[in-house]
Design a protein. Structure first.
Lengths: 360, 360
DNA sequence: GAAGCCCTTGACACCGGTTTCCACTCCCTT
DNA sequence: AAGGGAGTGGAAACCGGTGTCAAGGGCTTC
């Protein structure tokens, strides 16, 4: 009777066990404690990997936990810890494929950790934006949040997070914060690769369509492109740079604008695939054949790049992998090593939309 | 001194108020009770809209709640209620735009309700699928789940949910469950509309590409199409029906197969836009011009329909609205009326990919 | 053999809400 | 004025975990 805590509990115990065994009730920490003949505090220690538990005791408890399939209640645990086991993704990126890939990546990185992902699209221009974000985080007592662009680039949000002491990871194309809060993408490298590709094909009069200026990636992509051109001794004529908005429609309009220039560019590099698809349409309306009359290239390598005609030469961005790294960094589990940054380096994908310019 | 509960609390009170006012601590139900001069039970009654509170008392408490911006802790509340305020979206639909639109719709319907959305993509063919779902729901004590296709069509999942007593809404193109658990889409109507459109243009030899047979929508779309043709006295030749997989690649392959038939169909109706984009590519490879040589139409009206050339005639499905209705139904708030089903009726969007067949 | 220390363990209060139970109003009847 | 019922609010237990702190046991050390 060493494990019995009160003299007349055995009758109750059998009732309790019956309820448990029939599956009518999930096991609680008290059940596990009782079944293992220890106090619930010790079970708690095992759950939280406290080193102050005798190996033999730990194994006994772990066996009982495994046998009954016990998992602690995140709400109760969260209540005591004063925080939840939820991770928020706060975003305003309008591209569905980016969003979904990012979500999948985050879930990859969270798998088996006991955390769950709560999604929170937002409108950065709303007057209540910061208050909404704060409410979201404080009410749910989020463990942490992941911020993809362009929310990641908003210092007000970062300040808020530091202020309320919420863990966060910012995903951006440039370092904006301490290293531990950043996953830095390599848009610049990707744009450089594209610049080299176009130059190597022999293009010299190239149009460029920027993304939304509120996204740092817009500037990085342009910058990387200019780097590559400069290195090859080709100059990017500012007159051939027009500002898009990362949308198909803006790509169409900007494409038409660029194609109206004299002389016409022999290639157009759009800041993302959506806009490149718009350029393809502009080219078609102008009676031009791609890539014979015009090279059109994009950035991101989302599905649209393959669905248009001709399929787009573009830069592949490993969004899902970026998400995985972000989640891993956020929860920083034991056995977590920093993650090889080379996993998220973008690369050129050559398809049929790019070719050498026609000889004059 | 009527509101003072213990004689020597006033000193403590000012400390507590200081902490509150400085924002160092969020208000709890005890603070609100103290500030309003009532017991926390009464505050709880107000929060939970109990009718047993004097109107005057209620207003006083609500004023204090508003003044301090108090919101009850979902974890503590959930712990006592034995359920969380989380809603799960369990899905295996591979289309990013569908997923994102559905999420947005669900969030629309949940806005201001205090619920949050936890996303849970899954693999229905995994051996641990049902166990994963069960674990997800039971651990988080989800308030309810929303099941879009094709998870919604899996009776094992519905059985599981009934078994563990979890609220759920199934989104599908046919009624599969009691009315209160269903949002029924109208794929059939949409496909009928497309059938009528093609017939009215004069097409009689029409190819059809089905979606994945594991999606009920595939059969409904085909069925609705056949209905419309039958009504017009046109027969759908089974030889001109090929099975796709809702992907671009499958659309390409199926398009090639259909265009190889003799005589060639004058129109191809693909079960979704992705496949229609594939058909466009097959047509181009075959040297055909759309819509002069071949009419190609899709279904869903996702963004790809506008980004390809020519832009696709398709059926618009109000996915986001469907999501909103699902969420509203799930949380069935006071003031909730069933929701006008006409809001989610699909409609034809005519673009440039459909035209009358050339005269022979 | 007693003191001192470390390793383990458990009792108890607490996280922030809800529910149960009960006592106390208040108002209306008799 | 007393009695009775409905309406109202408080104390304490509870949801399922965690923090704090002190106690028990085995070991070494003097």
């Amino acid at each position: 009777m060493t494990s019995s805590k009160t003299p007349n509990k055995s009758a109750d115990d059998s009732d309790v066990n019956a309820a448990l065994e029939s599956g009518r009730r999930r096991a609680t920490i008290n059940d596990i404690a009782r079944l293992a003949g220890v106090s619930k505090k010790t079970v708690s220690r095992v759950i939280n990997q406290s080193p102050f538990v005798r190996e033999e005791t730990r194994q006994r408890i772990e066996a009982v936990i495994a046998e009954w399939g016990y998992a602690p209640d995140p709400q109760a645990r969260g209540l005591a810890f004063r925080r939840s086991f939820l991770i928020g993704m706060i975003y305003d990126n309008p591209n569905p494929q980016y969003v979904v890939n990012m979500q999948l990546g985050l879930l990859d990185g969270m798998r088996g950790s006991g955390f769950e992902l709560v999604v929170h699209p937002c409108d950065r221009s709303s007057p209540t934006f910061l208050q909404d974000v704060r409410m979201f985080i404080e009410r749910q007592k989020l463990f942490g949040v992941v911020l993809p662009p362009s929310v990641s680039e908003d210092e007000r949000v970062a300040d808020l997070l530091r202020d309320i002491g919420c863990e966060y990871i910012r995903i951006a194309s440039v370092p904006l914060d301490e290293e531990e809060h950043m996953i830095v993408g390599h848009d610049r490298l990707g744009a450089q690769a594209m610049g080299e590709h176009l130059v190597s094909l022999g293009h010299e009069r190239i149009g460029f369509i920027t993304g939304l200026p509120s996204f740092r990636s817009s500037h990085e992509r342009r910058g990387g492109f200019e780097d590559a051109l400069a290195k090859a001794g080709v100059k990017l004529d500012p007159d051939y740079v027009v500002q898009g908005a990362y949308t198909f429609e803006s790509g169409l309009a900007c494409g038409e604008a660029l194609l109206a220039k004299t002389p016409r560019p022999t290639a157009i590099f759009a800041g993302n695939d959506e806009m490149a698809a718009g350029v393809l349409q502009a080219a078609r309306r102008a009676g031009l054949t791609v890539p014979e009359d015009l090279t059109v290239v994009g950035f991101d390598d989302f599905q649209i790049a393959q669905a248009v005609w001709p399929p787009l030469t573009t830069i592949h961005i490993p969004t899902r992998e970026v998400g995985r790294m972000a989640a891993e960094k956020l929860i920083a589990r034991e056995g977590y090593e920093p993650g090889d940054p080379s996993r998220i380096i973008p690369y050129l994908v050559t398809r049929e939309s790019s070719a050498a310019p026609k000889k004059v």
